[in-house]
Ligand binder design. Structure first.
Ligand code: ADP
Length: 319
């Protein structure tokens, strides 16, 4: 093997740059050449490909987003699109590919591997919704961004004695809501993995009121419903004044945390090692601080184990 390609695809996540840097530098360290494919699978089809040197990935480890840009590309879901991609890879003499992205991006990596082109998937998404890894690149940064917002909103909630309903991202996963809610001392956390009980939520608000508490923070994961809809539902059950805050895309950007940079560096480097060992069709991940790899087929579309223990703890600590 002589040349390794790297691309980022799907939703961007802080730490993607650190992963690109790791792939490029680990490749060059091992005497290989590294090629950056710009704009995800769309750039692959169009041959938007350039050789990357050690210096090409300098000064990016601390930056959010992705220097290779990202894109969504429906054409790549077709066999014809994938063949066009493989032709481009052959044209540039690239032997193997590292795909940094989420579940959808891994489908593309799987399709390429099945057509004889070895790919490794590196999990990067703020949602932490990929199986085969305890953490995805970007989750820790998003968690801390959300937490910072909760802390700020809490100041206002306390000052004005109001209940705030904060909507956070996560797609179908509740990890951002759960972790940020637990760390932010939220009174109620709504996640798609656990059914909520409105009577219980109302009871908690009322018992809080009885002991003199006049403000409250409720975190709603976007996978449950919108914060606006939840506010309407709550209004039907209890007469309190609420304010809604939808955090939106601020959760996706920003300087990656130390944890995300280290995770991205380790995962990116392991992806190169696997390709050098002649392995394709795998994803890398972290479990109990060990870098592991899994068959991509066993990862795609599989739900991640939700931490029910942490959810229970959040309920206990917010009485
Ligand atoms: P994420 O990787 O963040 O989950 P998407 O689901 O949008 O993001 O997927 C990103 C890209 O991966 C898509 O735009 C498409 O190019 C590619 N992709 C998604 N599903 C498939 C599939 N079934 N086959 C091939 N490529 C796919």
């Amino acid at each position: 093997m002589k040349r390794i390609g790297v691309l980022t695809s799907g939703g961007d996540a802080p730490g993607m740059n650190a992963a690109i840097r790791a792939v490029v530098r680990k490749s060059i360290y091992n005497g290989l050449e590294a090629y950056g494919i710009y704009q995800g699978y769309s750039g692959l089809i169009n041959g938007n490909i350039k050789q990357l040197e050690l210096g090409s990935v300098g000064d990016i480890i601390h930056r959010g987003g992705t220097m290779l840009r990202s894109a969504r590309c429906d054409e790549f879901k077709t066999k014809e699109g994938q063949q066009k991609g493989i032709e481009q890879l052959k044209k540039f003499g690239i032997d193997a590919l590292v795909v940094i992205g989420g579940d959808g991006s891994f489908m593309g990596a799987k399709a390429l591997t099945e057509q004889g082109f070895p790919c490794i998937g590196v999990p990067a998404t703020i949602d932490n919704d990929i199986s085969g890894t305890q953490f995805t690149i970007g989750f820790d940064t998003a968690l801390n961004t959300v937490l910072d917002s909760i802390d700020r909103i809490r100041d206002t909630a306390t000052s004005h004695e109001r209940t705030f309903i904060i909507e956070v991202m996560g797609r179908d996963a509740g990890d951002i809501a759960l972790w940020a809610g637990l760390a932010g001392g939220a009174e109620t956390i709504l996640v798609p993995e656990e059914k909520y009980d409105m009577d219980n939520i109302v009871e908690r608000l009322q018992s809080g009121q009885k002991r003199g508490k006049k403000h409250s923070i409720i975190i709603v994961a976007e996978g449950v419903m919108s914060a606006t809809d939840f506010a309407k539902e709550l209004k039907n059950s209890i007469d309190i004044e609420t304010r809604v805050s939808v955090l939106g895309h601020i959760q996706r950007g920003g300087t990656p945390t130390g944890f995300d940079r280290v995770l991205a560096s380790r995962l990116g480097a392991r992806a190169v090692e696997l390709l050098m060992d002649g392995k394709g069709g795998r994803t890398v991940g972290i479990e109990k601080d060990k870098i592991i790899d899994n068959d991509i087929i066993s990862v795609i579309g599989q739900p991640r184990t939700f931490s029910a223990d942490m959810y229970d703890l959040s309920q206990i600590l917010s009485i």
